[in-house]
Design a protein around this ligand. Sequence first.
Ligand SMILES: Nc1nc2c(ncn2[C@@H]2O[C@H](COP(=O)(O)OP(=O)(O)O)[C@@H](O)[C@H]2O)c(=O)[nH]1
Ligand SMILES: [Mg+2]
Length: 451
Amino acid sequence: MSASDTIAALATAPGMGAVAIVRISGPLCLQIAESVGRLTPETLKPRSARLAGVRSRDGDEVDRALYTFYPQPASFTGEDCLEISCHGGYAAVQAVLAAVMSAGARPAEPGEFTRRAFVNGKMDLAQAEAVNQLIRARTQTQRAAAKHTLDGALSHRVRGCSEVITRIAATLEASIDFPEDVDEPDRAVLAAELSAAIESLERTVELASRGRMLSAGIRMAIVGRPNVGKSSLLNLLATRPRAIVSDIPGTTRDFLEETVEIGGLCVLAIDTAGIRDTADIVEQEGVKRALETLEQADIGLIVLDASEGLRQVDIEVLDKAGDRAVAVWNKTDIVRASPDDPRIPPSVPCVRMCALSGEGLPELEVAVISRLGAGSGFFDEALAATQRQVAALERAREHLRVAEEAVRSPYALDLAAIQIQTARGALAEITGENVVDSLIDTIFSTFCIGK
Ligand SMILES: Nc1nc2c(ncn2[C@@H]2O[C@H](COP(=O)(O)OP(=O)(O)O)[C@@H](O)[C@H]2O)c(=O)[nH]1
Ligand SMILES: [Mg+2]
């Protein structure tokens, strides 16, 4: 693999579609346009689409397509880029790709376009990783967080902090290296500056952690006695008949998962077997799994039957869910009277709903979001971040805390200087100024081909 190769790949999703885009990057773009499209550099005006045939190695016209040329450096990768918008589907795309390869390009590795953009300084590592997150975003909040990071919000915060601590480190080092010429700096001033940097970094960690929460998704168990309407609720959330609903108790014996969107959050909703004492061995296993699912969940929807009121099992399950519980009084279409019960702890949010009609669903969503501590505006400034980035931010923060303590103590300033340097290194890992090639390989290998 050489950076001077010309690479090509399908940039649009494979499969049926009206249009597919074959993306090419590298020094051979003009040559490929000429041999495949019979387009000379004079006829191929930069950044404007040009209709032409696509010719195979044998000279057959395999498709007609729009060619757009982006001369370097003002392109996505920073190199010459050529996009060929051809007919979608399978055969046309294969023929166009084959023509491009025979004209000198080689297939791109996963993430290689974005990697080149990073290497050529078109974006830093945090932004490059956000390209992947934006593509993978399934909810609007995930998209917004990825866009913030792609626009440079995370990089900006990280660089800002890095600049401040670099200045502090320079002051410290001057007094360490030239103790005769430079007075010892005012420790109180330095400590205050460090403390402000730590505070700003803490905010960054917080916003990045919210971004992690968005992308990692939330596990939500739906539990309760048989026949209370758990499967109906899953179907309502999934907006399609996912689980079998019946009035025969014990219908759901295994658990079913479905990714749903709640208040812009990506939530894995898990329908479980009804909790009851049973002689049926398969059902017993189902009950065991239901309780395990609840244990591992971030949130537990405890479904209660409003027409039957609270039973001992309900109380036990509510207790198990603890501070992750949201009580859902279902079937309120049958019983309108308030089914509040003093045995439900006042801290547990209670929602009344009808899983068949969807009445009460907005209230349920609000309850889930507030139970997660993710009230309105919580994700507005969230920054898409990877686990690696959050870990690096936390490491930087810890080193700065030690540095601040050292500056406030009467001991030598060397320790603080070393800690600040280490923190700077951790921050540089996020923006990619300080990363080894193997890590870059790993990061971009998680991308799709054509990105
Ligand atoms: N009237 C009424 N019936 C419901 C409601 N939710 C579920 N049911 C009915 O209750 C029965 C059991 O539902 P199901 O979703 O299979 O319950 P599960 O055993 O907890 O999964 C079915 O006949 C549903 O149609 C509701 O809100 N109102
Ligand atoms: Mg069920």
